[in-house]
Write a protein that binds this ligand. Structure first.
Ligand code: SIN
Length: 276
């Protein structure tokens, strides 16, 4: 297995393996690479849905997304679908999957099934590197804070998706909710400190006024969204990405209007987060 940094501060490209037929030793190596890099990219994978599921179950336990439609054959595989007639895409803004759950998802494994001829990259941000680069003053300011994460403003009755052409393919409107988490966590595998807030789901700091929270959150988001912590993955047939939701953000670019894109996603369950 060859693991090469994908960009200066974000992700790694893994080559020389097939995810569908990993040996136990390769799986151990892959776990180490996942803990080190936070997001892994794979090319030229022969990875039908049954093997996608099998790999996910070898790596961890699956948590089914409450809002996305599943594939008809595999209820644990969610579809991230945009038809060529649709304008809105799923996950078009920076977020970490399931941070609104009491126990946020550990990872997500995304497989390309139908790709537009151009566009449709997924962008990632490295939240451990971003934390390390914060000023000592800012680190001190956020050290003991907790933040509220929610999905209601996205998937709820009046959420942003409900008034778009995505609404029909989403369910779970009645299952919205929120959770609070430390703003700085210690990553359970790498032991690194990570900035655990994201623009998609973090609403405000616990016990703070909304506007006061927004000011500091916007400052943190602007810090993360810099070239040294981010990268963009261009999908090709056979591409797979596997990211850790505890230490990355991602967003799907919506720059392929008039073309279809279908991805299959499996989300892996995490464990309770520990303050950093
Ligand atoms: C997601 O947010 O999981 C979707 C990412 C993508 O479609 O690229």
């Amino acid at each position: 297995m060859i693991v090469t940094p994908y960009s200066a501060g974000c992700g790694a490209l893994v080559s020389g393996i097939q995810l569908a037929t990993l040996s136990d030793n390769e799986l151990t190596e892959l776990r180490a690479a996942f803990a080190e890099h936070g997001v892994l990219f794979f090319r030229d994978q022969d990875f039908p849905p049954a093997q996608h599921l099998e790999f996910a179950e070898r790596f961890g336990s699956i948590v089914v997304n409450k809002f996305f439609k599943a594939t008809s054959e595999f209820p644990k595989i969610a579809e991230v679908r945009k038809e060529k007639t649709q304008q809105t895409n799923i996950g078009g803004g920076w977020h970490s999957d399931h941070s609104y759950d009491d126990i946020p998802a550990m990872g997500s494994i995304l497989v390309a099934r139908t790709l537009p001829a151009t566009g449709g990259d997924t962008q990632f941000a490295n939240l451990a590197a971003a934390y390390d680069a914060l000023s000592p003053l800012l680190k001190k300011r956020i050290a003991n804070l907790r933040a509220v994460h929610s999905n209601e403003h996205i998937y709820g009755e009046n959420g942003v998706y409900r008034h778009t052409d995505l609404a029909e393919q989403l369910g779970g409107m009645d299952r919205v909710g929120d959770a609070t988490h430390p703003v700085v966590i210690t990553h359970p595998e790498s032991g690194r400190k990570v900035l655990f807030v994201n623009p998609g789901h973090t609403i405000q700091f616990e016990g703070w006024e909304f506007t006061e929270s927004r000011t500091l959150l916007d400052e943190l988001y602007a810090h993360v969204n810099q070239p040294q912590f981010t990268c963009s993955f261009n999908w090709l047939p056979g591409s797979v990405t596997f990211w850790d939701n505890r230490c990355t953000w991602h967003q799907a670019k919506n720059d392929y209007q008039g073309q279809a894109r279908l991805m299959h996603r499996i989300t892996l369950a995490g464990s309770a987060l520990t303050a950093g």
